[in-house]
Design a protein around this ligand. Structure first.
Ligand code: OAD
Length: 242
């Protein structure tokens, strides 16, 4: 696939680029997306049944173990060419904001610095009761472990269904989306709001909107450019054209 010449011209003259990534950008690193069928041990659960405060209250051990399984999977995953190209792209524009729905931290491991994590980060842990990040705790063998400060249960520092998004990050993401010249939406099914509203806010603000995804989504018919393919192939092509 070749990148349309007009898109390259728009990118070359852009001073402010905003990017929204979803699970698809980590698919080629071996991290399953949300809408992929859950594999193996977790096949009988859907994320919606595990990633909620209710599920955690009902069965904290199960939810903690599911995240432990995902933490290990992510720790063994490597940034792929899409992550690396986005990290390189950051240096090519006056303003560059990378907004991600992913909690795997692979953008940071690829070298991206301007990362806005809308849904938290699976490598961080917080107290369920105090909502404060906990960096370490005594290994008492409890599953989930207990907060050293209040004795409450520890949980992953990620946004669960039915939970509010982090306000600061959401405001930053909205500002970036409404003030950019070009908005790249990469590897997201564009179904989970409010993150999914960002490309439409960019459209309304007059930005050039580009979608990179092997499948079509609710954004596809509205985007100015649709690069139908894998992020690991398309994003390096965009970078090479700059
Ligand atoms: P999804 O699993 O909903 O969508 C993944 C998207 O990536 C799909 O549109 C796929 O077509 C696309 N895709 C798959 N492989 C790809 C590849 N190699 N390159 C590019 N795209 C590819 O994941 P998200 O859209 O990220 O929220 O889901 C959004 C949110 O829903 C997640 O952050 C999570 C989930 O519930 C919370 O956990 C709060």
């Amino acid at each position: 696939m070749t990148i349309p010449a007009e898109l390259i011209q728009q990118l070359v003259k852009a001073t402010h680029v905003a990017v929204l990534t979803g699970a698809g950008v980590s698919a080629e690193s071996g991290v399953p997306t949300f809408r992929d069928a859950q594999t193996g041990l977790w096949a009988k659960y859907s994320p919606e049944e595990l990633a909620t405060p209710r599920a955690f209250r009902r069965n904290p051990r199960l939810v903690w173990e599911w995240y432990e399984w995902r933490r290990k999977l992510v720790a063994n995953a490597k940034p792929n060419p899409a992550h690396l190209a986005l990290a390189a792209m950051e240096k090519r524009f006056e303003q560059f904001h990378l907004i991600t729905q992913n909690v795997d931290g692979l953008h940071q491991r690829a070298g991206s610095t301007a990362v806005i994590e809308l849904h938290g980060n699976i490598t961080r842990t917080k107290c369920f009761d105090e909502d404060t990040v906990v960096l370490n705790w005594p290994d008492t063998g409890d599953v989930p472990p207990k907060c050293p400060n209040c004795g409450g249960l520890l949980r992953p520092d990620v946004v669960w269904f039915e939970e509010a998004m982090p306000e600061t990050e959401m405001n930053l993401a909205t500002q970036a989306s409404t003030n950019c010249d070009v908005f790249l939406s990469i590897g997201t099914s564009t179904v989970v709001y409010p993150a999914a509203s960002l490309p439409f806010e960019a459209l309304r603000s007059g930005a050039i909107v580009v979608e990179i995804n092997p499948q079509s989504t609710s954004l596809t018919s509205h985007a100015h450019y649709v690069l139908q393919g894998k992020a690991g192939e398309m994003v390096p092509l965009l970078l090479a054209a700059l």
